[in-house]
Structure formats: structure tokens, C-alpha cells
Design a protein around this ligand. Structure first.
Ligand SMILES: NC(=O)C1=CN([C@@H]2O[C@H](COP(=O)(O)OP(=O)(O)OC[C@H]3O[C@@H](n4cnc5c(N)ncnc54)[C@H](OP(=O)(O)O)[C@@H]3O)[C@@H](O)[C@H]2O)C=CC1
Ligand SMILES: CC(C)(CO)C(=O)C(=O)O
Length: 349
């Protein structure tokens, strides 16, 4: 099926099938996975709640005080689905310093630029056996984690799942239950039993995981996707569907994706999809997948926080420069986003 191929899953059908086939046995044989989620923002809560509801033992740590205090006070979080069907989910949360157990899996969902300072506060509970998973956007998260954790124990990847933090202790899961998918990949080493165990838990949580084999290709494919959608929606203050509705949206996407792929091809990354397939994916996910979503960078812009543009479009510019190339569209977008970040102070006056 066309989209299936576009989303880069075709190479992994076999791997995915195996994860499905072993799921029933694993349910019987394996105990629940002990998971700590580092960063109880939008995506941390999404993964943590879904994995908890799939039967795992999940604890959250966060450094954002109003969030920790609100969740503690209430004993859980309020969850919406596309702004509707509010429900309350009990969760346990603490500051990193107050957590002293040994998780099998730590899932990092802070913004790229906060990864190092957060990992410093978490390293006491990361044992030699702990695997650390990140599905942060942009290029950098897994590399920062590698300062604290052996590369063989880092699982990187990407999430085509949209989530919005409505305020401390309040999260909106965008998209239908079971919509979206994640790609996971070991930063170093072939897929092993542990990554399949994680995939099986994700499958139970209806997150539709695919185990990939190429770290850089996996991360950079989503990075280029975000370099179009996150950045343009943030600059224009629009939802993904509103971007897709613009008559020249496809041509704009094509220009940005082609420019990025020049640098990527020079570096030799093995991307999940071709440049034209990625153009189609941007249009499809914006139009059909998440038309009502304001991408995460937009959420940062509107809550007066720094964006991840340096890890997304900025990473493309740096890769181009490394190969003596120019990336003028992406370079301009980086400046426009930073200009908009700075301009917020004038709007407040
Ligand atoms: N949201 C999405 O749909 C998707 C996001 N991602 C990626 O996942 C990673 C995490 O993003 P996401 O979950 O969206 O991040 P959030 O902004 O929701 O949460 C991340 C952290 O930011 C801080 N924070 C959140 N909201 C506020 C606020 N209003 N005021 C002050 N601080 C706040 C919190 O801790 P602290 O202040 O200690 O940092 C929180 O733990 C990023 O790399 C993102 O690109 C990937 C796919 C989809
Ligand atoms: C757009 C999305 C959800 C990918 O689908 C994303 O990565 C984000 O909001 O940052």
C-alpha cells in the first residue's frame, strides 16, 4: 500500500511481524517492564500513560516544578483525546533526585537543549543494564544521552504521533486511538532481544512500532519532515491541515526537502524514503494524519520557550556546510524562527 511504503515501514515488515508473533508468548512469560519516563511533558505523558495502560510499571520524573506539583497534588493527569473525552489517569511522579529505583528502560522526552542538564540529574538511576530510549525530534538528543550511557544501550527513533500539553498535569492526545506510529533503532548494534521487547510493549500500547536498523537514516528522515511542517506552521501560526491547504504547500515542501537531501546525500545517510516520497508524506500526514495539530515547535513559541529549530533546520544547515554546500532556505528559516522568538518580547509590551 502506497502510504505504508512512504512511511518507510516496508523494509521492516518481517521484523514487525515477528514482534507481533511473539507478543502472545511474551505476555505470558515476561514480567512487566520497569520504565521511567524522563520529562512528563506532552510526549512523555503520551508514551508513559499508554505503556502503563498496556501493563507496564511506569514512573515519571520531571524538572518542571508546576507540572510535578500539579500531578502530585491530583495523583495523576487529565487526558483528552482531540480536545474531547476528558479522563483522569493515576500516575506517579517525582523530581529526578527523589527517584532511586533501577529501571530497565528510561524514556527521554525533554527538549533537545535540555537533555544534558536533565540527564545529569538522572544519571544516579541509570544502571549498566538500563536502556535509554529517545524519540525526540531533531538531531542531538541521542548524542547528548551518549555522554551518559553506552551507545549500545541507547535506542533512538522517531514518533509520528502528535500530542499537546494544555498546562501542568493536562495533556491532549491528538489523533484517533491507535493512530500514528513510532520507529525505534539502536544507536549502535543490530536489533537485539531488548529492542524487540520494547517494540512488543509498544505494540500492546497500539503505538505501532517498527524496529529499524539505521540510526542516522531513521532520525534524519523525521528531521527533514519536521524541518518543513514544524517550522512553517510555527512561523505562520497555523495547524498542519491549514499548511497543507495552501496551494503552494507541496512546492514549498519540495524545495525544502530537496535542499536537505543534497546535504544528506553528500553525507551518505541511508534515508527511509526518497525525497519525493517524503514530500508526499509531509502532505499526507498534514492533510489526513494530523490536520488539527499545532506542531511541538509551535507549542514552544506560544508558551514563550525556546524552540528546537537549531536541532532541526539548523542541523541541515550545519550538514550542508560540512560538505561545502549551502542551504539558503533552511538557513533563512532558522533566522526567521529565532527572530520570531526574539519578537515575543515586543508583543508582551
Ligand atoms: N508534541 C509532539 O507532538 C511531538 C514532540 N516530539 C518531540 O518530543 C520531545 C519532547 O517534546 P514535547 O513532549 O512536545 O515537550 P513539552 O514541551 O510538552 O514538554 C517537555 C518539557 O518542557 C517543559 N514544559 C512543557 N510545557 C511547559 C510550559 N508550558 N512552561 C514551562 N515548561 C514547560 C517541561 O519540563 P522542563 O521545563 O524541565 O524542560 C517538560 O517536561 C521534543 O524533542 C519534541 O520535538 C516528537 C514528536 C511529536
Ligand atoms: C508534527 C509531529 C506531530 C509529527 O507528526 C511532530 O513531530 C511535532 O509536533 O513535533
Amino acid at each position: 500500500m502506497g502510504l505504508f511504503v512512504l512511511l518507510g515501514e516496508v523494509n521492516d515488515v518481517q521484523i514487525r511481524k515477528e514482534a507481533w508473533e511473539t507478543e502472545g508468548e511474551q505476555k505470558k512469560e515476561t514480567k512487566r517492564m520497569k520504565i521511567v519516563v524522563i520529562g512528563a511533558g506532552a510526549m512523555g505523558l503520551r508514551y508513559g500513560v499508554l505503556l502503563q495502560e498496556a501493563g507496564n510499571d511506569v514512573h515519571f520524573v520531571d524538572t518542571w516544578e508546576p507540572n510535578v506539583e500539579e500531578i502530585r497534588k491530583n495523583g495523576g493527569v487529565h487526558v483528552w483525546r482531540d480536545g474531547k473525552d476528558e479522563r483522569f489517569v493515576k500516575v506517579s511522579i517525582s523530581y529526578p533526585e527523589d527517584y532511586h529505583e533501577t529501571p530497565e528502560l528510561a524514556i527521554v522526552f525533554v527538549k533537545d537543549m535540555h537533555t544534558v542538564e536533565t540527564m545529569e540529574r538522572c544519571q544516579h538511576f541509570i544502571s549498566e543494564q538500563t536502556y535509554v530510549l529517545t524519540n525526540q525530534n531533531g538531531f542531538g538528543g541521542a548524542e547528548y544521552i551518549a555522554r551518559f550511557v553506552p551507545r549500545t544501550h541507547i535506542i533512538a527513533g522517531t514518533a509520528m504521533i502528535a500530542t499537546v500539553m494544555k498546562g501542568p498535569g493536562k495533556v491532549d492526545f491528538i489523533g484517533k486511538r491507535g493512530g500514528g506510529h513510532v520507529h525505534i533503532v539502536r544507536v549502535e548494534g543490530e536489533p537485539n532481544d531488548f529492542i524487540y521487547k520494547v517494540a512488543a510493549e509498544m505494540e500492546k500500547a497500539l503505538m505501532h512500532p517498527t524496529v529499524q536498523k539505521d540510526y542516522m537514516g531513521t532520525v534524519w528522515t523525521k528531521l527533514v519532515f519536521n524541518s518543513v511542517v514544524n517550522t512553517l506552521c510555527t512561523l505562520m501560526n497555523i495547524k498542519m491541515g491549514q499548511f497543507a491547504a495552501y496551494k503552494n504547500a507541496k512546492e514549498m515542501s519540495r524545495k525544502l526537502i530537496y535542499e536537505a537531501y543534497e546535504a544528506i546525500d553528500a553525507e551518505g545517510f541511508k534515508m527511509e524514503v526518497t525525497r519525493d516520497e517524503l514530500v508526499e508524506q509531509v502532505m499526507y500526514v498534514s492533510e489526513v494524519g494530523n490536520p488539527l495539530h499545532y506542531p511541538s515547535m509551535h507549542q514552544d513559541m506560544s508558551t514563550n520557550r525556546p524552540t528546537e529549530v537549531d536541532y532541526i533546520n539548523g542541523a541541515i544547515v550545519r550538514l550542508a556546510e560540512k560538505h561545502g554546500l549551502e542551504a539558503p532556505y533552511h538557513s533563512m528559516l532558522v533566522d526567521l524562527v529565532h527572530l520570531k522568538e526574539e519578537s515575543r518580547k515586543y508583543n508582551e509590551e
